[in-house]
Design a protein around this ligand. Sequence first.
Ligand SMILES: [Zn+2]
Length: 138
Amino acid sequence: MSLSLKASDYRRIVEHARAGLPNEACGLIAGRLAGDAKQVEKIYLLENPDACPEHFSIPPKAQLEAIRDMRSLGLAPLGNFHSHPSTPAHPSDEDINLAYDASASYCILSLAGKEPVLKCFRIERASRATVEEIIEIV
Ligand SMILES: [Zn+2]
């Protein structure tokens, strides 16, 4: 399982996460699926309506608009991302509880260290299993 992300999109995610500090920032990723390989073609930077350093939610209206935009571009929803302002890039208990889509990529950008760290996971809520996906920044 792998996920490729354009360097420019990676930079936009980092900037969005930094701009959202001290709160968590979030967004959606869309693109193409080839077998187990995901190619991210477009990212959607969304506001975190929770405005909280430890929680985020995807605003439903913005999500709907993003899905509509993906459809019009022929892209598939691939998952989402959010930031961890002061904890590692690993799903929290709450992230696992809220992971309702086992095929989605849950990407987490940690700003806890000197350099940002991005990791992506598939999460099976029932078994609480997380599998890390390989990220390629292209
Ligand atoms: Zn989290």
